[in-house]
Design a protein around this ligand. Structure first.
Ligand SMILES: Cc1cc2nc3c(=O)[nH]c(=O)nc-3n(C[C@H](O)[C@H](O)[C@H](O)COP(=O)(O)O)c2cc1C
Ligand code: SF4
Length: 516
């Protein structure tokens, strides 16, 4: 009998010892004379259980975690006996945290071998592409429009409308660009897809290429993601060998191929026009719009630029239909959103949910509160440019419009939790400092305003002319918000002003009344 084990090779699992666990289990198997077949998967996203080892049984996969290398000998013995062990979590699919998620985009992540096209096909892969080929380009674009999918990179722009714009430009060389810069704090969903289910991204980009008439794609990956880049490279090579990419995609008359490009490490290179400059080999500098990338993008050609999660959502939309996908969600936020729970949180990880779940449910119920056990004081949603929400706003549903109505943003779906030891004046200062460091320097409000912002916050923290300096900070934030060329300068006021509004006591002012 050969024992089938699944051990993540995801960077998050590797960081907590997955490689050591894999070799210790291999050595234990040799000592106990057991034949094992180890599949290196991505992560299921239950990071507090990583390294999580799964075992194939007749009832399904059974999970054990968090496993240490020193557990290997005993764990293997337990698996070979009746399976009982202190680290046993039961059938993976029955773990309540996982079971309550509608996993549409992340259905295969942590399940399949990310380097095997055969495994991808065996788990419903390529069905979306097949349907897109059967429907043809125009109907494919309309299916994506109908799904209600909005860009998962941050701005929430309707993906189908973007594709339609590129499709309607006259035939010429067009490009598909995937934004895998994933610079937001507390986010890791793009990385998980690239390391755990890279073919879903390749399939989504190929569908985009066919839909808009583009034959070439690029995945722009941040340099901090070497595992993701390596897995993508391997998957692209396998996709070429398997006929998913090349001159005749899946034996059709459409050609599409793609390449990986690794960035040099700048937050602003996640901004789409700056990313295009960087892809062209220049310094990443934000371009003024218009022209839109859809009209004049990479090398001046019509370009679809989407986030990893936007492309990765396309195969299931094409397979099950736009109506199936838009059935999930609320208001104008349709489908599911991969939420990343991070910071000081007990159960951190990837939680895919239909839009509409509230912030409170995510932090208290799903996340289990803080890891430190202290009360939650603030959460920052949407990366470094997102607002800090106090408990009073925990009834906000995950919905683009609901967050915007409260001067917040969903961004890329990252939630960073802070307990009651956080100093919100320092967090506000950090937001300005981040903007000053990462500014591309093209426009004055951001380039100069962020540095002046740090100085003004320092004056407030030191108690110097507090009222006048607070008014000055508000005025400066107004200028940044309305005078900046891109959202780096334009959104920095969100974390700053939310800290000032909801946590005035940290700036030396009287606390807000509960009813305010
Ligand atoms: C400063 C800044 C950084 C950004 N970083 C990212 C990023 O890392 N990943 C991403 O997908 N979008 C990022 N965006 C949003 C992109 O500009 C763009 O909206 C996105 O790539 C469009 O794809 P989508 O419609 O699929 O979301 C950033 C925007 C700004 C202003
Ligand atoms: S807001 Fe900042 S990052 Fe954006 S264009 Fe202006 S200087 Fe560059």
């Amino acid at each position: 009998m050969t024992l089938r084990l699944f051990i993540p090779a995801d960077a998050g699992a590797l960081a907590v010892g997955a490689e050591e666990v894999a070799s210790a289990l291999g050595a234990a198997a040799a000592r106990q004379k057991v034949a094992v077949d180890v599949v290196r998967t991505g992560s299921r996203g239950l990071y507090w259980l990583e390294p999580m080892v799964e075992v194939q049984t007749s009832a399904g996969r059974v999970a054990y975690g968090p496993v240490a290398a020193s557990d290997a000998e005993g764990l293997l013995r337990a698996i070979l006996a009746d399976g009982a062990h202190a680290l046993r979590q039961g059938l993976t699919e029955e773990i309540p945290w996982l079971k309550r998620q509608p996993r549409l985009t992340f259905a295969r992540c942590g399940v399949v071998d990310p380097r095997s096209l055969e495994d991808y096909r065996a788990h419903d892969g390529c069905k979306g592409l097949e349907r897109a080929l059967a429907l043809g380009p125009a109907a494919t674009v309309e299916e994506v429009v109908q799904s209600g999918l909005r860009g998962r990179g941050g701005a929430g722009f309707p993906t189908g409308i973007k594709w339609r714009t590129v499709a309607q430009t006259p035939p010429q060389q067009k490009y598909i660009v995937c934004n895998a810069d994933e610079g937001d704090s507390g986010t890791f969903a793009d990385r998980m897809i690239m390391e755990g289910d890279p073919f879903v991204l390749i399939e989504g980009m190929a569908v985009a290429g066919i839909a808009v008439g583009a034959t070439k794609g690029y995945v722009y990956i941040r340099s901090e993601y070497p595992h993701a880049a390596a897995t993508m490279e391997a998957a692209i090579a396998a996709a070429r060998r398997g006929g998913l990419l090349g001159d005749r995609v899946a034996n059709s008359s459409f050609a599409f191929d793609m390449e990986v490009r690794v960035g040099a490490g700048a937050y602003v290179c996640g901004e789409e026009t700056s990313l295009l400059d960087s892809l062209e080999g220049k310094r990443g500098l934000v371009r003024a719009k218009p022209p839109l990338p859809a009209h004049k993008g990479l090398f001046g050609r019509p370009t679809v630029i989407n986030n990893v999660l936007s492309f990765a959502s396309v195969p299931i939309i094409m397979d099950k239909g736009g109506a199936f996908y838009r059935d999930f969600g609320m208001g104008k936020s349709r489908g599911t959103v991969p939420i990343q729970l991070a910071g000081n949180i007990k159960y951190g990880g990837l939680f895919e949910a239909a839009f509409g779940i509230t912030l409170g449910e995510l932090v208290d119920d799903v996340g289990g509160g803080t890891r430190s056990g202290r009360p939650v004081r603030a959460v920052q949603v949407g990366g470094p440019l997102g607002a800090y929400f106090p408990r009073a706003l925990f009834d906000t549903p995950f919905d683009y419009e609901a967050f915007a109505a409260r001067d917040g943003l969903i961004g890329h779906g990252g939630i960073v939790v802070f307990d009651d030891t956080v100093d919100m004046a320092k967090q506000a200062r950090f937001a300005m400092e981040f903007c000053a460091i990462e500014s591309c320097g093209k426009c004055t409000p951001c380039r100069v305003g962020s540095t002046r912002g740090i100085e003004v916050i320092d004056h407030i923290i030191r108690g110097e002319n507090r009222a006048a300096n607070t008014a000055l900070l508000e005025d400066l934030c107004h200028t940044l918000k309305f005078g900046s060329l891109c959202a780096l300068g334009g959104f920095t006021p969100y974390p700053v002003m939310s800290a000032l509004t909801y946590f005035p006591e940290d700036f030396g002012a009287p606390p807000r009344l509960a009813a305010e």
